[in-house]
Design a protein around this ligand. Structure first.
Ligand code: SF4
Length: 310
């Protein structure tokens, strides 16, 4: 799945470096490993808040440290208004604990979601990473998210040296029966009354339908609409493509790093990216930049699939 936990750790950049982030950012995903283990997380969040007081801050967590996560989010929400949390759940109890290798992690993840809800956090989601061994559980995890009243997002396990530190993840075969579970989630999302769910269905369908992913080849906006910043300050177009654009600690300001030349060169390279990816950040930007295509997919598939949910 990912090997971040096992990656060699070097000296990370100082929290003050986050004050160089571009002020145009609307959403930041603070991920790990496990971000709530980071000794400087409070300071990082304060620096980001000063720089981007209205940005949506979304923390990704495995939910194991329930008390620490809830206490930290309680502190952050006292000064930052837009906070979201995504908790990783990859299967129901036994399989989740086997995949994660931690006894009790399923109940902890659930308690974390409930604890966050109790302190008033409503921007909550379950994030699931799909592998061949858990693909048949997607519908059950989706139902768990519905039962807990939180959003659900899924993605397949990506290969990347840049972030995931793993390059041998295998995707489900398109013929696998397990993928019926993903199709069922697509139908549920299409049947929802929420237009947001219809667009989530588009994302979910792209996980199993390579034709959708292929149809957007060459239209990626990585490096322009979003980017990946490593804890060492290295900036990449996304968390998959191994193309270092510069290091934030080497510059005084974001614009010094992402000059017009760098942006133009990156756009050209990204356009030719042949990697197979389908992450929430890139599908969101594809939907925004191709509203008609996305809407047509929704309309066509609501008619075809949304009417007969199993
Ligand atoms: S196509 Fe995917 S892997 Fe390639 S640059 Fe875009 S987001 Fe990254």
């Amino acid at each position: 799945m990912c090997n971040i936990w096992n990656a060699e750790v070097h000296k990370e950049m100082a929290p003050s470096e986050y004050s160089k982030l571009p002020t145009t950012l609307r959403t930041l995903n603070i991920s790990g490993g496990e971000p709530f283990l980071h000794p400087d997380l409070d300071e990082v969040v304060r620096v980001i808040h000063r720089r981007l007081p209205r940005a949506r801050l979304v923390f990704s967590t495995n939910g194991l440290l329930t008390e620490d996560v809830v206490a930290a989010i309680d502190r952050y929400k006292a000064f930052h208004e837009s906070i979201g949390v995504g908790v990783s759940v990859d299967c129901l109890r036994d399989s989740h604990e086997r995949i994660r290798g931690v006894e009790g992690i399923f109940d902890k993840a659930r308690s974390t979601i409930e604890g966050l809800r109790e302190i008033g956090i409503s921007d909550l989601r379950i994030g699931m990473t799909i592998l061949p061994e858990n693909a048949s559980d997607v519908l059950e995890v989706y139902r768990l998210a519905k039962e807990l009243g939180v959003e659900f997002t899924a993605t397949f396990a990506h290969n990347s040296d840049v972030y995931f530190k793993k390059t041998d993840n295998v995707q489900c075969s398109p013929e696998s029966d397990s993928l019926q579970s993903v199709s069922s989630v697509v139908r549920c999302q299409l049947k929802s009354v929420s237009p947001k769910d219809w667009l989530r269905a588009f994302h979910t369908e792209g996980i199993i339908d390579e034709r959708i992913r292929q149809s957007f080849r060459g239209e990626c906006l990585a490096g322009r609409r979003y980017f990946f910043l490593s804890p060492y300050g290295d900036v990449f177009p996304c968390s998959v493509m191994d193309l270092k654009l510069g290091n934030i600690t080497d510059v005084a300001d974001w614009n010094e790093l992402m000059t017009k030349e760098v942006v133009a060169r990156t756009a050209g390279i990204v356009k030719g990216c042949g990697l197979d990816c389908w992450m929430v950040c890139n599908t969101r930007s594809l939907i925004i930049s191709h509203p008609v295509r996305s809407a047509l997919w929704v309309i066509t598939n609501k008619l075809k699939k949304g009417a007969n949910t199993s």
